[in-house]
Design a protein around this ligand. Structure first.
Ligand code: DGY
Length: 322
């Protein structure tokens, strides 16, 4: 009879994942619908084989050192900037993520924010609810055309490429910057044009960010970069908040350096720069990129498989340690 691994889960997942965890593991978990403190995670991991955690959990040396026998840190996200991967690697602990399954869902959200920012959907919604609307007007809430516009993608990995597919449906011209340029063949196949960061920022009507967060991408978009954008342009962020310098963004939105923003992620979640709550030309969402029941369930399936594999002594399928 196989011994079920002991897993600690930092927050409840969709019901199908909870069923799988209860079938295949000895599960302990956070019973509340809130983030745990670091100390709570430290106390909980002391006696388990695996940790299944979220992007809101900071998994640093203190957590890793709380249990020298920890066999895996399975992050329930494609991003893993919340985990100290070098420290885990030093301790020979595999860290895993959930790539692939949230690509389309996240691109849907980015495109939804692009359209909402461009066509002032949230502003219109707020206005109608004031009951001050006097009827159709030729100059009301004029926005930007999406069809035929230029989309600039900063980062052309899986989610960036899913954005290209959506943009093509809207006859958009797509320019991109990526750390590594694609082959000419792939560029042609996708119908995208490579440019330097400044070229992409300067040419685009919509700029959408699709890079992971690292030391290199922290504040990749600051006041200098925002100044390069067209004053009519919008910026969309569904990647990680700290990729944009949020104070610089507020300034750009306040001064008309750019027209609008669609933000699903923030520099210090769940806090926003105070002005962002007040600005009309920003559409905000509470980090919903992967938030569909199907996708969140698939993310759970992958995270559980990663946990089980590592606890069996196998190489987990989605290991991110170098
Ligand atoms: C991720 O997986 O990194 C996403 O941000 C979750 O929504």
């Amino acid at each position: 009879m196989t011994v079920k691994p002991r897993i600690f889960l930092t927050r409840q997942l969709p019901s199908a994942c909870m069923q799988a965890l209860s079938d295949h593991t000895h599960l302990t978990m956070n019973p509340d619908d809130r983030c745990l403190t670091k100390q709570e995670i430290i106390d909980a991991v002391r006696d388990v084989d695996g940790l299944l955690c979220l992007l809101t959990d900071t998994i640093d040396v203190d957590v890793l050192d709380a249990n020298p026998n920890l066999k895996v840190v399975a992050n329930y996200a494609v991003g893993f900037n919340n985990v100290d991967v070098p420290a885990a690697t030093e301790r020979k602990i595999p860290v895993t993520n959930t790539p692939g399954v949230l690509t389309e869902t996240t691109a849907d959200m980015a495109f939804a924010l692009l359209m909402a920012a461009g066509r002032r959907v949230a502003e219109g919604d707020r206005f109608v609810r004031t009951k001050a609307w006097g009827g159709w007007g030729p100059l009301q809430f004029l926005g930007a055309d999406i069809t035929g516009a230029t989309l600039g993608l900063i980062g052309l990995g899986r989610i960036g490429k899913a954005m290209v597919r959506r943009a093509k449906g809207f006859d958009m011209n797509v320019v991109y910057w990526n750390r590594t340029r694609l082959s000419q063949e792939e560029e042609q196949q996708l119908g995208v044009t490579y440019g330097s960061m400044n070229e992409v920022l300067g040419q685009s009507d919509f700029v959408s960010l699709h890079v992971s967060l690292s030391e290199q991408t922290w504040h990749l978009i600051g006041s200098e970069q925002l100044k390069r954008m067209k004053p009519t342009a919008s910026i969309i962020n569904t990647a990680r908040g700290p990729v944009i310098d949020e104070k610089a963004l507020v300034h750009a939105l306040q001064t008309g350096a750019i027209t609008s923003a669609g933000l699903d992620v923030f520099e210090n979640e769940p806090q926003l720069e105070p002005e962002l709550y007040l600005l009309d030309n920003v559409v905000v969402a509470p980090h919903l990129g992967s938030a569909t029941i199907g996708t969140r369930t698939k993310m759970g399936d992958i995270a559980i498989e990663n946990c089980l594999a590592a606890c069996r002594g196998d190489r987990p399928p989605n290991i991110v340690n170098p």
